[in-house]
Design a protein around this ligand. Structure first.
Ligand code: COA
Length: 260
């Protein structure tokens, strides 16, 4: 499928989705959010894709936020619907995808950009990255899940400070906060993410999807994550991947997972 604002390419089991509005620092306008939804959905349903990497084009920004020019004149109802639709189409959608998603944060990840990176299953940053939720400097708050996911990742106190100050932290501080898992040079960012993606892709995709559901259950109100784990664990025993994984181990060979 061809898009106006993003590029999506599959290679060796890895689909890399690149947000491609470098002149606007890859800001998320409505069309980009819709296209990202379609690209993530397509990659998630693609049998060849084992891991998705999301990144930004250029050397300056991952995503510098939601496109401010699109919502500057919104009223209360339009603002509410902007957040609700965005969460449904992209941010919650990515978090709950069956296919693992790695955010390769290659520069500014601000507002909706950091919120998108936080929706991914984990994050790797280049050493020029700057991360923050500056919304209160615009008289608004994060609306794409930032008030929920930032405290989950860095703790309540740090999230309060980041959101209240509207400041940016650099890649190494993000690493010390646990907001990103690794920091590397800009040149090494995609190669490192691809290396990790390749490692992930050797494992059972069915079990990985079950693990994503079980881990995410820990963050859902009214859901007992331990019960979800029991159910997901049990379901693994009915899969071809489980049969192949255990048989390969006992036969002292590498598993070749059918992905079912
Ligand atoms: N929405 C819309 N346009 C944006 C944008 C956003 N979130 N972030 C950057 N842009 C646009 C700028 O308006 C500018 O467009 P122009 O050349 O047509 O004027 C272009 O991207 C380049 O940005 P610029 O501000 O000139 O780059 P800079 O290097 O001086 O500053 C930032 C970089 C990231 C510090 C600055 O762009 C910024 O503060 N952006 C907004 C961040 C934000 O508040 N995000 C949260 C939104 S809820």
């Amino acid at each position: 499928m061809s898009y106006n604002n993003i590029i999506s390419k599959e290679n060796n089991g890895i689909t890399t989705i690149t947000i491609n509005r470098p002149k606007k620092l890859n800001a998320l306008n409505r069309e980009t959010i819709q296209e990202l939804h379609e690209a993530f959905d397509e990659a998630d349903n693609d049998k060849d894709t084992k891991v998705i990497i999301i990144t930004g084009s250029g050397e300056k920004a991952f995503v510098a936020g939601a496109d401010i020019s699109e919502f500057a004149d919104f009223d209360v109802n339009e603002g509410t619907s902007l957040a609700a639709k965005g969460q449904e189409l992209l941010f919650n959608f990515v978090e709950n995808l069956s296919t693992p998603v790695i955010a390769a944060v290659n520069g500014f990840a601000l507002g909706g950009g950091l919120e998108l990176a936080m929706s991914a299953h984990f994050r790797v940053a280049s050493d020029n990255a700057k991360l923050g939720l500056p919304e209160v400097s615009l008289g608004v708050i994060p609306g794409y899940g930032g008030t929920q996911r930032l405290p989950q990742l860095v703790g309540k106190g740090r999230a309060m400070e980041m959101i209240m100050t509207a400041g940016m932290i650099d890649a190494n501080q993000a690493l010390s906060y646990g907001l990103v898992n690794h920091v590397t040079s800009l040149e090494e960012l995609l190669p490192l993410c691809e290396k990790m993606a390749t490692k992930i892709s050797r494992n059972s995709t069915v079990a990985i999807s079950a693990a994503i559901r079980a881990i995410n259950a820990n963050y859902k109100d009214g859901v007992d994550g331990y019960n979800v784990e029991v159910t997901e664990f049990g379901n693994c025993f009915g899969t071809d991947d489980f049969e192949e994984g255990t048989t390969a181990f006992l036969q002292k060979r590498k598993a070749d997972f059918p992905g079912e």
